[in-house]
Design a protein around this ligand. Structure first.
Ligand code: ADE
Length: 267
């Protein structure tokens, strides 16, 4: 990393200046999780405290937990419960909003979007598998007009983590995001085109915000139900949610332990 490259001779390959952020140990991580059931064990594991004097706008249901774990400042945010219906605010709208507000307020070095997902047995997924995601895209934003089609697809890459891939025993696969738990035939065609092993309701929305605000992001998704299996998704999801959350939280802890003391470029 010598010089910025603006004075480089034409055609000469010049390494991009290494971002200073890449060279110092990660100090602050933001974990974004959609459901309370998924968040609570991690809040306990990392001994995080709830922020009762919210950094978020008045009226937003978003909840922040914070604390120090090893050498890391951890913030965990959860979009909270719908004020009228009392259920977790799952889906892309809440995920994007809480991601935006949390990054603005907390300026993290790295985002971890963790959660459960539906898996595809055709891509090798089984219930309880935990995936480190290698690419994200949407499957329910169909805009068949040139270039708008690519905007709708919203395909993005997580930050590069070759050492996590090598050193931790996580499955690797692509994630497809949409706002429905079920899967319409049109969604299915898009998910197949996205080459996804898992589908969720938040990942690509978090990726959109993370790219906009330039925060490196990784995605960890645990499989609660097999979308191309023969059990009804809702039943299988609810039946497995608690047990799979244990596997998810173990993997998130492994990744956080791995990140501790390392720079982004060592991941
Ligand atoms: N989260 C858990 N299971 C899911 C599914 N089948 N689709 C979307 N999100 C999920």
């Amino acid at each position: 990393p010598h010089g910025g490259g603006s004075d480089a001779a034409a055609g000469e390959a010049v390494a991009a200046p290494v971002d200073q952020q890449q060279q110092r140990p990660i100090s602050s991580i933001l974990i974004i999780i959609a459901m309370q059931t998924e968040a609570t064990p991690l809040v306990n594991k990392f001994q995080l405290k709830e922020d009762l004097d919210s950094v978020f706008p008045k009226g937003a249901p978003w909840v922040r937990y914070y604390g120090t774990y090893k050498d890391l400042q951890i913030n965990l945010v959860w979009p909270g419960k719908d004020s009228t219906l009392g259920v977790d605010c799952v889906g892309t709208v809440s995920a994007a909003l809480v991601a935006y507000a949390a990054v603005q307020a907390l300026n993290p070095d790295l985002i971890i979007n963790a959660g459960t997902a539906g898996g595809f047995k055709a891509k090798g997924a089984g219930v309880g598998d935990v995936y480190l995601i290698s690419g994200v895209a949407f499957h329910d934003r169909r805009i068949p007009i040139p270039v708008f089609d690519l905007y709708g697809l919203g395909s993005r890459k997580p930050c590069s983590t070759p050492n996590i891939v090598k050193d931790l025993n996580l499955k690797i696969g692509k994630l497809s995001t949409g706002d429905s738990l079920d899967m319409s035939p049109q969604d299915e065609a898009s998910i197949t085109a996205n080459d996804a092993a898992v589908k969720d309701m938040e990942g690509a929305a978090v990726a959109y915000v993370a790219e906009m605000l330039q925060v490196p992001t990784i995605f960890i998704k645990a499989v609660t139900d097999i979308v191309d299996g023969n059990k009804p998704t809702t039943e299988e999801f609810l039946q497995n949610l608690a047990a799979v959350t244990v596997a998810l939280d173990e993997s998130v802890t492994q990744v956080v332990d791995y990140i501790n003391g390392k720079c982004l470029c060592e991941l």
